[in-house]
Ligand binder design. Structure first.
Ligand code: WT7
Length: 649
């Protein structure tokens, strides 16, 4: 692989005050971590976390891969994010909220303290929430979502946020898997100038039997909703009678902080478990290193709190470091494609963090919009969620960043809790669409899956992390075997199973890491992970579907779109109507985010004689690529030409 990529040096002015100022400093830190791994992490844990009781050990590997960090330590994440800032930053804005309609609300650290304490008291006193209970949060992007998370953390309850785009069925599955006793939701909120609803979805999810006892409803859009007596209660009516002091529960370092369901290559979504100390430590440190947020900065991450990016980089990371974090209810293209840039100008945003799919939309819809606004406050631009394509990167760098801002292409996953491979804005010479190097303390290596050896520069392999790190996934809720199998089953280094991300990657001639995408049956639609198995299970619910296989297909805006191949039991007359029907099932079972852009009806699927579907062939056909795989082992090789003919027609 030749290294034809251009390199961009860090901004010299920015570099002067950056926390990590040069590659020499970066190498010194990585060397420190290599030479004394526990010393490295132990020192940061002491420095960054306000402990109620110091920890005894840094890392315990005795029960691998169930690693534990900072055993013996006691803390509370809500205190780390709020209380400890009160003396120095009480009146500083913690959350800067902008509504869909442009209204602005500034919530100081002191206000945040009051709101979170009241919410915690409400959950404790009225809803009976206590340490270890699971609480499902199904919320729009409003400050109460952050209060709810932090209130759970204050009580030691484990929150599980379900993204508002998931359907009632998907919500119900997650409620049941987590055995949640309380759901926190809102009537709805506003998007593109209109009210939309969430509460009816919750009603639907709870219409059959679930462990949920009570529902807390925040009234945001004040639209009419149905109230189920004895189950649903209004937050707005009750919150003011709660006291503004709620003592924070003393939590162990390894007590669970939250669950977040994500898709895997097989089966139903997994409840990824993150624990207390390690998660919050890395959330804070990556805010400091990767975004290099300073005291007067205004940080905006455009994610939804329903995804890990929203957890770590809207709520926990920024608040743990005492930053001002922007939360936005609306969409960056409404009322026009300049909305995001207008917000940057209006709030003097210094770090802007979004996904390639959003960059492509903003580019496509408003190529020249950035030049209409004063974006000079921007210092660092971030991207996350999928490999970014060089044209989008270039536009982001030149038009949004005015060729002055570092782009941090942050590579990580729900399971890693925070960034693992990313440029450092004051140190790393960046290359377009390249995640560059593992962060200090993260032993990220591209390994050859066969030999378990690190591949050479110019070669590709599997992106692995070969030592445990503090913010790593601690388990799959209720399924320890699945945890081991999903993450520590595929790659061994020196005979020892190591964490495999599921992504392929390569080193260029300079040792820079480029992530090339999933190696498994996971599709990345607009930066959201979709398991083929889940989509297939939904489509198989249709009575007339005999067999189904889905795969990803490259898409200009979404990165990938979902392509489904279906064999029907009896031929259907109106294919367009059937496609609609099938997408309606997906809408009901999973949600709009999993709708298929393509559904084709085929006479059969390419299978080996043992009955295994050859997905690689289906992926090639969906992409319009020539079939290079050997089809002679197929049960019926002619089916491939038949499918190709149908897809092309
Ligand atoms: C998957 C994780 C991490 C928060 C958002 C998604 C892909 C993520 C990058 C990047 C190339 C990336 C990977 C990863 N991905 N960031 N900068 N470059 N690919 O979280 O739903 O857990 O998905 O997103 O494939 O495994 P997630």
């Amino acid at each position: 692989m030749s290294n034809t990529k251009q390199t961009f040096q860090p901004n010299v002015e920015f570099q002067k005050t950056a926390r990590i100022k040069s590659m020499d400093e970066y190498y010194a830190l990585t060397k420190k971590a290599e030479d004394d791994y526990e010393g490295f992490w132990g020192d940061y844990a002491k420095e960054k976390i306000t402990w109620k009781k110091p920890f005894d050990t840094v890392l315990n590997e005795s029960n691998a891969p169930f690693y534990s960090w900072f055993e013996g330590g006691k803390l509370n994440v809500s205190e780390q994010c709020i209380d400890r800032h009160l003396d120095t930053r009480g009146s500083k804005t913690a959350i800067l909220f902008e509504g869909d309609n442009g209204n602005k609300l500034e919530i100081s650290y002191k206000d945040l303290h009051t709101n979170v304490n009241k919410f915690a008291n409400l959950l404790k006193n009225f809803y009976g929430v206590k340490k270890g209970d699971r609480v499902v949060i199904y919320m729009p992007m409003i400050p109460e979502a952050a209060y709810a998370m932090l209130a759970c953390a204050r009580l030691g309850a484990i929150h599980s946020i379900v993204f508002g785009g998931f359907s009632a069925e998907a919500l119900k599955d997650r409620i049941i898997d987590a055995q949640a006793k309380v759901v926190i939701t809102a009537d709805g909120a506003f998007r593109k100038g209109k009210a939309y609803m969430l509460k009816p979805v919750v009603d639907d999810a709870l219409s059959s039997e679930t462990p949920v006892e009570k529902v807390c409803v925040i009234q945001r859009n004040n639209e009419e909703v149905t109230w189920k007596e004895g189950r649903d209660y209004s937050y707005n009516e009750m919150i003011n009678s709660e006291s503004a002091i709620c003592e924070a529960e003393t939590m162990d370092s390894e007590d669970p902080l939250f669950l977040l369901y994500t898709s895997g290559s097989t089966g139903s979504p997994k409840g990824v478990q993150h624990n207390t100390a390690g998660y919050i430590l890395w959330a804070q440190m990556t805010m400091e290193w990767v975004f290099d947020v300073k005291e007067d900065d205004v940080f905006w991450c455009t994610a939804d709190v329903g995804w890990i990016t929203g957890h770590t980089y809207i709520v926990y990371g920024p608040l743990a470091m005492g930053a001002t974090t922007v939360m936005f209810e609306g969409v960056p293209t409404y009322p026009d494609a300049g909305r995001a840039w207008q917000m940057v100008e209006k709030h003097k945003i210094t770090q802007f963090y979004t996904a390639p799919t959003a960059i492509r939309v903003l580019h496509k819809m408003g190529e020249n919009e950035p030049s209409k606004y004063d974006l000079s406050s921007l210092k660092v631009l971030g991207t996350v969620g999928e490999p970014i394509d060089p044209p989008a990167w270039k536009w982001y760098y030149e038009e949004v960043g005015n060729s002055n801002c570092a782009i941090v292409d942050t590579y990580w996953q729900t399971e890693t809790g925070g960034h693992i491979v990313s440029p450092l804005p004051g140190a790393t010479p960046i290359k377009p669409a390249c995640a560059t190097f593992p962060l200090p303390g993260i032993i990220g290596e591209i390994l050859d899956p066969e030999t378990g050896k690190k591949v050479a520069n110019g070669e590709s392999g599997y992106m692995c992390i070969t030592k445990p790190w503090p913010s790593m996934i601690r388990g799959v809720w209720g399924d320890p075997e699945r945890f081991k199998k999903s993450y520590f089953g595929d790659v061994k280094k020196d005979g020892k199973p190591v964490y495999f991300t599921g992504d392929g990657a390569n080193y260029d001639e300079d040792g820079y890491i480029t992530i090339t995408g999933r190696t498994d049956d996971v599709i990345n639609v607009s930066g959201h992970r979709m398991g083929t198995a889940e989509v297939e299970a939904a489509l198989a619910k249709d009575d007339n579907v005999a067999e189904v296989a889905v795969c990803g297909r490259p898409h200009d805006i979404k990165g990938e779109s979902i392509f489904a191949y279906i064999t029907l039991k009896t031929p259907c007359e109106d294919e367009a109507a059937k496609i609609k029907e099938l997408n309606n099932i997906i809408k009901k079972e999973i949600g709009n985010i999993a709708l298929c852009d393509n559904i084709v009806f085929v006479p059969g699927l390419p299978k080996t004689r043992s009955g295994k579907i050859m997905r690689r062939i289906l992926r090639s056909i969906a992409k319009g690529e020539a079939i290079t795989q050997d089809t002679s082992t197929l049960e019926d090789p002619t089916v491939v030409q038949q499918i190709e003919a149908i897809v092309k027609s």
